[in-house]
Design a binder for this molecule. Sequence first.
Ligand SMILES: Cc1cc2nc3c(=O)[nH]c(=O)nc-3n(C[C@H](O)[C@H](O)[C@H](O)COP(=O)(O)OP(=O)(O)OC[C@H]3O[C@@H](n4cnc5c(N)ncnc54)[C@H](O)[C@@H]3O)c2cc1C
Length: 377
Amino acid sequence: MTSAKPHVIIIGAGVTGLTSAYFLADAGYDVTVIAAHVPGDESIEYTSPWAGAHWRTSATPAEPTICDWDVQTFEYWVELLEREGRDAGLPKCGIKMQDSYHFWDTELQEDLWWAPHVKDFRQLSPLRDPVATINDSSSNKDDAPQIKWAAACRAPSINVPQYLLYLQSQARCLGVQVIKARLPTDAGFENALLSAESTAKAHGRKKADIFLNATGLGAAKLCGDEGMYPIRGQTVLVKGEAKATRTRNGDGYVAYCIPRPGSGMTILGGTKEVGNWSEAADPETTRLILERNRVLAPELLTGEEGGFEVVSVQCGLRPGRKGGTRMEREIVGRRRVVHAYGHASGGYQNSVGSARLVLRLVERSLDGDGVRATARL
Ligand SMILES: Cc1cc2nc3c(=O)[nH]c(=O)nc-3n(C[C@H](O)[C@H](O)[C@H](O)COP(=O)(O)OP(=O)(O)OC[C@H]3O[C@@H](n4cnc5c(N)ncnc54)[C@H](O)[C@@H]3O)c2cc1C
């Protein structure tokens, strides 16, 4: 039996594509996801599995839309966790509210607009723990930086491989079909959409009413967006779950530890290298990440000679875009497209607000000729 619901083909199965798939299916759309990489895969072309990740907004008050996406996502995750807490039978999403510490080696220069939106936000005195201990443990080195400003709150951290699998399974429960396939990028965007349609057809799916382009950095090739660039992040996965998320904003560097809930492991970071496409981990960067995290996560120094027990070292490419995230409608040939890519450093914390905007853009696109009306049947 063919479905009367409008059919959305989503290209991309990262956090952007899968969250959008879930929200669209939940709103009554028939959804097919086509992606070269799906949850469980690891590739430098697939950013989502390499994220930390935690809710720590990087948006500024000059970006009200992104601030709003981040707040929406925070609130959605809190509700999700409350539902999980009430019903032990629900699948586990891999997100946990953690104590989250933020340290600055300089006096505070950023606008903490997000403070009222997280749980239990409070400023910390540099003279008391945990800051005092961190500063003391560095004080034997003359040139070691000292923390000058600090704050704490409670915020979500995300076991990203688990969350991606969770999103995929939740979407599948709503009838979303996920097809693993790479679309061609050598003959133009319209040709890629055609190819997506024949791939879907080969899997028994009907013609698309609209496409969602959620290809992250892949949009550079898929639709020829020359504004796309990588923001490379190198991280180290170590054994043990840190007791809290800790982020240190140093002078010219950032160091962080993010426990991956339920995995028995923690991600240590990290770098933000604009324009660097390299997949190979740099040993000197690894050394610096481990050194800076010794004082941030001493409870993880369980290895030989008091070091970390390193599981792996990896790099991911955040999808940066000149002009910011692309969220807009386009007609390509005679096909309707919504774009949702270029979420840079915030794809997880943006995800719910971004997916809700995708839903509105899809509705507006289809409203043009009444196709959307059937979505509500
Ligand atoms: C080290 C690191 C730490 C991070 N920490 C955080 C954090 O703490 N909080 C946070 O919110 N964010 C964080 N991020 C950013 C976040 O990971 C990204 O913003 C997000 O993963 C982008 O997701 P996406 O779905 O847009 O793209 P991707 O995950 O890259 O997904 C793109 C999808 O498109 C598919 N695709 C591309 N081209 C084609 C094609 N031609 N044919 C078929 N399929 C195609 C791919 O296969 C893939 O499925 C971090 C990133 C890194 C690297």
